[in-house]
Write a protein that binds this ligand. Structure first.
Ligand code: IVH
Length: 675
């Protein structure tokens, strides 16, 4: 390791770029998340201390800037066209015929093609100036798109600066490709959504919505990827065919889906590749809706040219939609863990692209109304992502038609009148001791991503609640072997094992516990942040709105939801019960136990030069400080910028040292302690 900061900054940047590439492009992570985070923290610290080595293409600068009011327009240098579709093999043959006639040179069966999966995502144009990403734009109407540079910069698989291959980096390079989300990332993201938030319908809409966020921190929290497949000025770069375009893209360090692309020698070879991809599409990591077949030779492409909005040299040969029709047998309403009522369609089982579907979530009453679904209708079911079945439309209304679905006015489980919060689509049962709600909450707690309670499955949960052995979440942690052993199919040995699993859950990490509490809008990611900043259940209990808002990525909706939860006496009672039953979550690992601010409590106020408040707080935490939101006698020092107001006065009156950013930075870099 070098001690020269500039060299170290370059080395850490390069290492982070390599790890991003390994993780997001090669799908072969080569270090742990913790190691990655620690490198990133080191880089952020070094960059904060040495602003002279700042670089916009640094991996630390992916997320930046303030939320925008609107996207600015981006005029395309070369129009972004769409593709002609072929819906079957005859239409594809007809395209081959047209090529042959247009070129008038022998059969196209002697011409090579480049065959690529048609990734179902959002098309994107990227501009690199002297190797640096300067603009990312959506297709828009093909002539003018939207400038989404801030969001695309957050895609960690995309280099902000090109790699210098032997052929040199062109002064201006435009590349095009598709922004997408893998099926695995899509499902994981949906699974971790807070309850009551309707899941995203399919990876494509999710990718599109993520690209079009005005706040780049939201895009950054989405698992976006990009695959490049075109260089509009390829010929000017001396590239001869599409096969070489893909090679060149990869050599510049740009992500492609090379493993799935093929150069095919003739039309027949294209057909075999289409058949192959159609048969294996389920096992691909991303959604594809067909295959794009391009004339390989760029000179021939040029000869073929364009007809109005489409190139003659390429075609999208689509796959059959994974849809099926079946009968809607019933619409039932389930109660979720926070009381949200979700209508669900019960269907006559039907195979949709090889998977049997017998129910589909309808999310909320609006969805049922929008589709105008009535029991008895024949409906079209489609599968998006890998498995999530959806009703997309009524194929054939029943005669006579059943009456329209209405959301129940009372909870189907406990009969309590349902409530509907303002501005919310969700309808909920407000009864905290509702049995179905409790069962759903217990399933949430036992879930492997939360407290991971082995042996506590759906059937056992139902029995425990129905037999009133567990009447609240707290009861679960007081259960003993004797009461369990009486249950159906439960011997003494399995009863003992369940009790042991429950006991083991008592010391699970705090973040798992916070997530397990089932607070609205608190998913795994937010729970980890809150755990990092509260460190114990009792500190968690005392969190104020202000303290929550000072945490990175915690906004008003989350803060209000947590504060409301903490104000509900039944929740405080739950926390009491948990503590008295020996629940003692493992605190999060301290990030830095030997930093210069170890054991200190710092407060940040005012406008700091070059850092926003949250960044400054991170810097202090990384140096071992605890960061508080208000000045008190317990405060070790106040980091104050311009326009520091009442906090500064309070610090002065209490005799708490007030430091400026420069002196703190010098100190953290190993300089003198400024107080
Ligand atoms: S080439 C002029 N190649 O499909 C050629 N497009 O239906 C323009 N797409 O807008 C596109 N994978 O968003 C091309 N390998 C691929 C593609 C691909 C997906 C999308 C792209 C385009 C749409 C056309």
């Amino acid at each position: 390791m070098t001690h020269h900061p500039e060299q170290r900054i370059h080395a850490v940047r390069e290492a982070l770029r390599k790890h991003d590439h390994a993780y997001y492009v090669l799908d072969r992570p080569d270090i742990s998340d913790a190691e990655y985070d620690s490198l990133m923290r080191e880089l952020r610290q070094l960059e904060a201390l040495h602003p002279e080595f700042a670089d916009d293409s640094s991996p630390s600068k992916r997320v930046g800037g303030r939320p925008a009011q609107a996207f600015t327009k981006a005029v395309h240098r070369v129009p972004m066209l769409s593709l002609e579709n072929a819906m079957d093999s005859d239409e594809f043959d007809a395209w081959g015929e047209r090529l042959r006639r247009f070129l008038g040179i022998g059969a196209p069966s002697v011409m090579a093609f480049h065959v690529e999966p048609k990734i179902d995502g959002i098309s994107m144009s990227l501009l690199y100036e002297n190797g640096v990403l300067v603009r990312a734009a959506t297709r828009g109407d093909g002539e003018v798109g939207e400038d989404v540079t801030m969001n695309i910069r957050t895609i960690r698989g995309l280099p902000l600066a090109l790699r210098d291959d032997e052929s040199g980096i062109p002064p201006l390079l435009e590349v095009r490709g598709e922004v997408y989300v893998t099926k695995r990332d899509f499902e994981a993201f949906n699974a971790r959504l807070p309850e009551g938030e309707p899941p995203y319908a399919n990876p494509r809409n999710f990718a599109g919505g993520s690209v079009r966020q005005l706040d780049p921190t939201i895009s950054a929290s989405r698992p976006l990827r990009i695959a490049l497949y075109a260089i509009p000025d390829g010929r000017a770069l001396g590239v001869k065919n599409q096969t070489e375009v893909l090679d060149r893209l990869a050599r510049l360090g740009l992500p492609t889906v090379a493993d799935f692309n093929r150069t095919c020698v003739d039309i027949e070879a294209c057909k075999s590749r289409w058949t192959e991809l159609d048969a294996t599409r389920e096992s691909l990591p991303f959604e594809i809706d067909g295959v794009v077949i391009k004339v390989d030779d760029l000179a021939i492409q040029e000869k073929l040219g364009f007809k109005s909005r489409e190139p003659r040299w390429a075609i999208a040969w689509k796959f059959a939609a994974r849809e099926a029709v079946t009968k809607l047998l019933d619409i039932v309403v389930y109660v979720g863990r926070t009381g949200v009522l979700t209508p669900t369609a019960l269907l006559e089982p039907v195979s949709v692209g090889g998977v049997t579907v017998s129910n589909a979530s309808l999310h909320n009453a609006e969805q049922v109304a929008r589709l105008d679904l009535r029991v008895g209708d024949i409906v079209t079911v489609a599968r998006a992502g890998d498995v999530i079945p959806q009703i997309v439309r009524v194929a054939e209304p029943a005669v006579p038609r059943a009456s329209a679905f209405a959301m129940p006015t009372h909870c189907p489980s406990c009969g309590t009148a349902v409530v509907r919060a303002d501005e919310e689509v969700a309808v909920r049962c407000p009864n905290r001791s509702c049995r179905e709600q409790l069962k759903a909450h217990l399933r949430h707690i036992a879930w492997k991503d939360n407290l991971d309670i082995d042996g506590l499955g759906d059937k056992l949960i139902s029995q425990l609640v129905d037999r009133a052995l567990v009447n609240s979440v707290g009861d679960l942690f007081k259960i003993d072997v004797d009461s369990l052993a009486d249950l159906d199919r439960m011997g003494e040995k399995s009863a003992r094992n369940v009790v042991l699993s429950i006991a083991a859950a008592k010391t699970r990490p705090l973040q798992k516990w916070i997530s397990a509490l089932g607070i609205r809008h608190v998913g795994a990611v937010v729970a980890a942040t809150i755990a990092d900043h509260s460190r114990s259940l009792s500190a968690f209990r005392g969190l104020t709105r202000e303290a929550l808002l000072s945490m990175p990525d915690v906004g008003e909706i989350v803060a209000d939801s947590v504060v409301n939860w903490l104000q509900d006496p039944s929740n405080l009672k739950l926390l009491d019960t948990l503590e008295s039953s020996g629940v003692s979550p493992e605190p999060p690992k301290v990030r830095s136990d030997d930093g210069p601010c170890k054991g200190m409590t710092a407060v940040v106020t005012g406008t700091l030069d070059g850092l926003d408040r949250k960044e400054a707080e991170e810097l202090l935490r990384d140096a071992g400080a605890k960061v508080a939101s208000s000045v008190s006698k317990a405060t070790t020092f106040l980091l104050a910028g311009e326009k520091a107001g009442s906090k500064r006065e309070k610090a002065d009156s209490l005799g708490v040292p007030v430091l400026d950013l420069a002196s703190v930075q010098t100190w953290l870099a190993g300089g003198a302690r400024p107080f």
